[in-house]
Ligand binder design. Structure first.
Ligand code: IVH
Length: 669
């Protein structure tokens, strides 16, 4: 590889890894398995070592993927929270052992622990009392999720005992039992909410909820794996964990001391199958040097300790036959190739289908019909094909070809330059796109119409009762009652909910229209700047681009949407139905109640996000500020507000105002 090729590859890998970090840590929606992620990170690491001129402090090889969100206060970790080096093979494990033996000639022990798959947490205690719980964040500072963590039964709020240091930090993995996860997903499916892909995502997502009551209802657990203090009770990691278990923390029973790397490997093999009988997901084994003193001698690299390593189990694979490939068209017209497989058992469930992502993936696998393929369950719900066993290929078997026309409406498919996916451009008349748009329109964050699931929409579409969202407002009970599975009661509920939806505020109506690239936030921004739909329809690209947050991509998508006569007709009919295409002065809290007031927002809020509060302050004439000073008028204080801000406010005599009080004074409660 030449230097310039390496540069390009390094940059591409960095961008992709940063994106995967975001999907994993923030969105809790990974799109690749840990194994694939680790391969990318390894490639980047190797390239950076080979071409040190491109080494860069902010490269993902030097930094921990961050889970920080805007909704919580951030706190610094007293001890940085690093990640672990990892490996998938025995050889690298032996290399790890050799590296340590080069540093010390004394005999030492390892501790083996299962690597629980959840979200890491760092909890500090002072005089036996839980003070604060912080997520890993970027390793130096993380989100303060104390209120949520306090709802977890396996974390004590107050402990007593002779060996407890005055101050200590305890770390562990917040996990969700598989049984709890299954129940939660069942509830989510029934309520038409997207299910979590796996217990890790469910645990990490739950930890970041704004309402501790919901967190409490999800029965999370916390497996403790690390005790830190200037006054540790014992000089070995194992004894410290056992001691912490005596204080009331949950420490896994599987933890073992091993006197050499051979017994570490035995532990790893034993748990490779045994772990499936545990109530929690585990994805490997963490091997740590037991002596706290030796840990100190070995120290850390920029990202991880030299005294510990994670051995990760590879996701389970199964081999089966590829029967056919079907192409599915999504709500936005995206084409997803799906492999239909001979049913095979994989990690406890029968797999019949696997995703193939896109045309590139099919080409990369050089997939032929009837091939024997390897399927793997990664981070997602749907398994994927990771390889082909060529030794079973029949010479006459046909290559899998990507379709050229939409299987639903026959329109030639399009693939834009630089994009991986094909899509069907027949936005207005392609059935799944029409149905998808209606599903989006009625969804909770849009018009919030109850009683109309995916199946009912299918039914209404197939019976020719709806062709676009405005048809919903013409539906009559005589048309609904005779439909399968709908009775008089559900028909009347549906119509009632449709009728009620005309009260939906303008920003949500805009979002409901499903204009490409116009999500909830953009819809709010647009509605603030174009206070009636006619203003928006008549806006030219320049006026749109003048608005902060609206770039050329969004602007041209809005223009394209309103240049379509059919969309204008839909809007005309929606207006007739009484839908609000204007900002209702009674709904928005605007005024001058907060004129000349400088306000600092701190803590976690239940009713709105911090961003909404910032907006509300400005709309009511106030000014936002981030630091408390003599000119601060008051602090809008949510739950668990930052201690330093609290202290400063107290010393300056600045009042704190609760969320409810604040909403009352601006007239929104
Ligand atoms: S030790 C310096 N032990 O795995 C010590 N981590 O990739 C670092 N994890 O962020 C962590 N089980 O969230 C350790 N028994 C265990 C663990 C464990 C799960 C997680 C933890 C950490 C990640 C490292």
């Amino acid at each position: 590889m030449t230097k310039s090729e390496a540069k390009v590859r390094i940059e591409k890998l960095r961008i992709e890894i940063v994106e995967h970090n975001k999907r994993y840590y923030i969105l809790n929606q990974p799109s690749i398995s840990d194994f694939e992620y680790d391969i990318m990170l390894n490639e980047l690491d190797t390239l950076e070592k080979k071409f040190p001129e491109f080494v860069n402090e902010s490269s993902p090889t030097h930094r921990v993927g961050s889970d920080i969100t805007k909704e919580f206060e951030q706190y610094e970790h007293r001890y940085p929270m690093l990640s672990l080096g990892n490996t998938y093979n025995e050889e690298e494990l032996r290399e790890f052992d050799n590296r340590i033996r080069k540093v010390t000639s004394e005999s030492f022990e390892y501790v083996c622990e299962l690597k629980f798959d959840g979200a890491s947490i760092s909890i500090s205690y002072k005089d036996g009392v839980l003070i604060r719980a912080i997520t890993r964040g970027d390793g130096n500072k993380g989100d303060d999720v104390t209120l949520n963590v306090k709802t977890i039964k396996s974390i004590p709020h107050k402990i007593t005992g002779k060996t407890i240091p005055d101050e200590f930090v305890i770390r562990g993995e917040i996990v969700m039992r598989r049984a709890v996860f299954d129940r939660l997903n069942e509830d989510r499916k029934n309520a038409d909410i997207a299910p979590f892909a796996n217990p890790r995502n469910a645990a990490a997502g739950t930890l970041k909820l704004l309402d501790p009551k919901i967190v409490a209802s999800r029965s999370l657990d916390c497996m403790i794996y690390f005790l830190l203090s200037e006054n540790l009770p014992f000089s070995s990691h194992f004894d410290n964990l056992k001691e912490a278990s005596g204080w009331g923390f949950m420490v896994a029973e599987s933890i073992r001391k091993c006197s050499n790397i051979e017994s570490v490997i035995e532990f790893i093999f034993h748990w490779e199958t045994e772990r499936k009988n545990l109530p929690y997901d585990t994805d490997g084994v963490v091997v740590k040097v037991n002596s706290v003193r030796l840990q100190g001698e070995l120290g850390f690299t920029a990202k991880s300790p030299r005294w510990a390593i994670a051995y990760k189990y590879k996701a389970e694979e199964a081999t089966t036959r590829l029967l056919s490939v079907t192409f599915q068209i999504g709500r936005t017209g995206n084409v997803t190739p799906v492999a239909n497989l001979e049913p095979v058992l994989l990690s406890g469930s029968t797999v019949k289908r696997a995703t193939l992502h896109n045309a590139d993936q099919i080409a990369l696998l050089d997939l032929h019909l009837n091939d024997m393929v390897f399927v793997e369950k990664g981070g997602e719900i749907i398994p994927k094909i990771v390889g082909v066993d060529h030794s079973f290929r029949n010479e006459t078997s046909k290559m899998v070809e990507f379709i050229t026309n939409c299987p639903e409406c026959g329109t030639p498919l399009v693939r834009n330059e630089g994009e991986a996916n094909h899509f069907c451009p027949n936005y207005l008349h392609c059935p799944p796109q029409i149905k998808g748009r209606i599903e989006h329109f009625i969804s909770r964050k849009a018009m919030d119409i109850d009683g109309l699931g995916e199946e009912t929409i299918d039914l209404l579409y197939n019976k020719n009762l709806i062709r676009n969202v405005s048809d919903l407002y013409d539906l009559q009970s005589e048309q609904l009652i005779p439909l399968e599975r709908l009775g008089e009661k559900s028909a009347s509920n549906i119509l009632k909910s449709i009728k009620q939806s005309v009260e939906t505020p303008y920003p949500r109506v805009l979002f409901a229209l499903g204009i490409r690239h116009v999500g909830e936030t953009v819809a709010k921004t647009i509605s603030n700047n174009f206070t009636t739909i006619d203003d928006l329809i008549n806006a030219d690209p320049e006026q749109l681009k003048d608005v902060n947050e609206i770039g050329p991509k969004i602007a041209s998508s809005i223009i394209a949407y309103f240049s379509d006569k059919e969309n204008i007709e839909i809007i005309r009919r929606l207006k007739l139905a009484g839908i609000k295409f204007y900002y209702d002065a009674h709904e928005i809290t605007t005024g001058n109640t907060l004129n000349n007031k400088t306000i600092v927002i701190s803590g976690v809020f239940l009713k709105h996000s911090r961003d909404v509060y910032k907006e509300l302050i400005e709309k009511n004439g106030g000014k936002n500020s981030t630091s408390v000073s003599g000119s601060t008028s008051f602090i809008l204080a949510g739950n668990n507000m930052g201690q330093s801000k609290k202290d400063k406010a107290e010393s300056l005599g600045i009042p704190l105002m609760s969320e409810t009080e604040f909403l009352k004074i601006i007239g929104e409660d």
